[in-house]
Design a protein around this ligand. Structure first.
Ligand code: NAG
Length: 569
């Protein structure tokens, strides 16, 4: 990066660092948010998915003056929170009730909401925590039903707004059902347990179906082994147990898909968040971020984060009708993807996902499945382009550049040999380029935004390769005095196109959709380019030398001729 760029980056990071605490109340002094409980985090509006955090109380009934323990806990970390008690009969009223006592004044502080000291609790810093315990004292004028609410900030814009907690009732009050509780069912996520040991690929094909990458690897010994297994549970096969393992760089996931394209898929994720793992299910509707993270429908969740690998196991019923999950008694393509995470949120997969070669009936017999990270259509694109620009195009330009003087007296279908060969090969190059050009667009169903400069250069190459034959069709006759203009532009555009094509190929080798062996593919390509370039230089010298000697010979011949003429006269 240039010094100017570095300077700018530094300035920018300083700006961000100094700015963030002011804008996000990392110090927890959020009395402004007393009523709405909404943090003012860049206009973010809160997560709509099921909260990974929950509130618990140690009692469901109370008398005025009682002390009640309130616990905020989560399956993942949080950086901030705002906790209040409110009148459950008037959930829309914005006034906080009762007062809190802190158990750990270093990590939390009391706030004064609606002029009532200690009626809310918040964090003191954005240090990450997973549990907060406070004591709430019921006031003398307490309403009959009190409900706890909490807003939890996982990180900056990622927060859950006003998560409803338990309702507690004054002694002697018969609880009546609440609308708020029926519209916001607080599904208690099953507490995940730690796996006793690593998974093993033993039993793959016998007791469970497995998808492994690289083929035959063992997740017990190799942390870089991507492993997914599934086995039916119970005699009546009503549920399926899944296991997932991969390098602990962020997350590992698998998806059930009707086709081999991303989109409309049922996704299961194991996400690393510092030293714990959260397991969730989601839905991917397009080439987008998975929606609706939740643990709903998953049971017997357990995980392990050790020896450089992230592993998780869970079960789910074969049919889960109202949850938007796919039925497991069907055949699906399986996707295995991994990538990085930030604050427990997943980033786009860093490599092309591994896609099973065939559809697999999830409840079907145990099998060892095969998969590939490179789609056939992208392999075709690469192969055709290489064929066009490393073979036909290359030989075609060689012929035109260096073989014009050869076979002077022979013709092929009524034209000079070099011309027929040149034209044939170049037409083939153009056809191959056009066909190969379309394939990635078919695969991506549009323009790929993360392929960098490669597609842009590819478009230039295509346009130039189409201009060349069209221009050649309208070339002036050989004896025209404008012919040299055509010759010059035709060969210049040709050379320029070839250079662009080489650059495009070099960028193409690094594309994630075609996982070629990393340094080797580029080295082979560079080796080839050097070879072609040196051959051209050598042949260029050779033809110049030949022209030179030819003109010397003809000059000599002319001199001889003149002398003879003189002698005769
Ligand atoms: C709940 O916890 C508070 C504070 O620890 C305690 O005073 C109270 O007796 C507990 N209530 C019940 C029902 O256990």
């Amino acid at each position: 990066m240039s010094p100017v760029g570095l300077c700018f980056l530094f300035f920018f990071s300083v700006l961000v660092c100094h700015w963030e605490p002011v804008c996000c109340y990392a110090n927890g002094k959020v009395t402004k948010a007393c009523g709405s409980m909404k943090p003012h985090h860049g206009g973010a509006s809160g997560q709509t998915t099921l909260s990974p955090y929950q509130l618990q109380t140690n009692t469901s009934t109370f008398s005025p003056g009682d002390q009640i323990r309130v616990i905020l806990s989560g399956t993942s970390y949080f950086e901030g929170f705002l906790l209040q008690a409110r009148d459950a009969a008037q959930p829309e009223s914005a006034s906080a009730i009762g007062s809190f006592t802190l158990t750990n004044p270093d990590r939390m502080q009391l706030l004064t909401c609606n002029n009532h000291q200690g009626s809310a609790v918040s964090q003191t810093s954005d240090a990450r925590q997973t549990e907060v315990v406070v004591i709430w004292t019921a006031p003398q004028d307490s309403p009959n039903e009190v409900q706890f609410f909490v807003t939890v900030v996982a990180h900056y814009k990622v927060f859950w707004l006003k998560v409803p907690g338990p309702i507690i009732y004054q002694h002697g009050i018969t609880p009546h059902p609440h609308q708020t509780t029926s519209t916001h069912p607080t599904i208690q996520p099953t507490t995940p347990s730690i796996l006793p040991g690593p998974f093993t690929s033993e039993g793959c094909g016998q007791s469970k179906s497995c998808l492994l990458d690289p083929p035959g690897c063992d997740p017990e010994k190799d942390p870089h082994c991507f492993y997914m297994s599934m086995s039916t549970e119970g005699t009546d096969k009503t549920s399926v147990m899944f296991e997932l393992s991969g390098p602990a760089e962020g997350y590992v996931s698998f998806a059930l898909s009707w086709d081999t394209w991303m989109g409309n898929d049922d996704v299961y994720l194991c996400i690393k968040d510092e030293d714990r793992v959260s397991v969730s299910a989601a839905f991917v509707s397009g080439r987008t971020y998975p929606e609706d993270h939740s643990q709903s429908g998953l049971s017997s969740v357990s995980w392990r984060l050790a020896d450089g690998s992230i592993q998780c196991r869970f079960s789910r019923p074969v049919k889960l009708t109202n949850q938007g999950r796919f039925d497991l008694d069907q055949g699906y393509f399986l996707f295995l993807a991994s990538g990085h995470t930030q604050y427990g949120e997943i980033r786009k997969h860093s490599r092309q996902p591994l896609i099973s070669r065939d559809r697999k009936l999830i409840t079907g017999p145990p099998q060892v499945l095969r998969g590939s990270r490179s789609p056939t259509i992208m392999k075709m694109h690469g192969a055709l382009m290489l064929l066009a620009w490393m073979l036909t195009g290359s030989v075609g330009t060689f012929i035109a550049s260096f073989y014009k003087p050869d076979w002077p007296n022979q013709t092929l279908f009524g034209q000079k040999v070099w011309f027929q060969v040149h034209r044939g090969l170049m037409m083939l190059t153009v056809i191959l380029t056009v066909v190969a050009f379309c394939l990635p667009f078919i695969y991506r169903k549009g323009w790929s935004t993360d392929a960098g400069v490669h597609p842009h250069l590819g478009c230039c190459v295509l346009v130039l390769s189409l201009i060349q034959p069209i221009a050649a069709m309208h070339r002036p006759p050989p004896d025209s005095n404008r012919r040299f203009i055509f010759n010059w532009t035709h060969s210049s555009i040709g050379i320029f196109t070839e250079i662009l094509a080489v650059a495009t190929m070099l960028l193409g080798v690094g594309q994630t959709s075609l996982p070629l062996p990393s340094p080797w593919a580029t080295s082979v390509l560079i080796g080839y380019v050097v070879w072609v370039a040196s051959l051209k230089v050598a042949l260029g010298w050779h033809s110049r030398y030949r022209k030179c000697t030819e003109s010397l010979i003809s000059e000599h011949f002319m001199v001889e001729k003149k002398r003879n003429v003189k002698n005769v006269s």
